[in-house]
Design a binder for this molecule. Structure first.
Ligand code: SF4
Ligand code: SF4
Length: 91
């Protein structure tokens, strides 16, 4: 499943998209420890597979939460840690 977490406002769209079918196969779950803002959590999906999500209280502030990662011009730490390329951003 493709899960979208985020919001949009007058300045743009701020969504993190996660391909949770890849998370189900991922044992390392490296995105969780790689994120300096601790935005990722886990849950069991409808098939009892452990997948990641963006914590609810962070979903409306992603532009701010991710600003430092995005400011350095490199691939974000969460995406660097994800060997399956399951994470993408809309901004
Ligand atoms: S590292 Fe990638 S595939 Fe693994 S749980 Fe995180 S987002 Fe999913
Ligand atoms: S960009 Fe940075 S703060 Fe945002 S989810 Fe990825 S690692 Fe976490």
């Amino acid at each position: 499943m493709i899960a979208n977490y985020g919001y949009e406002d007058g300045s743009g769209h701020y969504y993190i998209k996660i391909d949770t079918s890849k998370c189900a196969e991922c044992t390392a779950k490296g995105c969780i420890s790689a994120c300096p803002e601790k935005l990722f959590a886990t849950e069991l999906d409808d098939f009892d597979d452990e997948v990641v999500l963006i914590k609810e209280d962070a979903r409306n502030t992603l532009q701010t939460n991710c600003a430092r990662c995005k400011a350095n011009g490199e691939k974000e730490p969460c995406r660097q840690a994800c060997e399956s390329d399951a994470i993408s951003f809309s901004w």
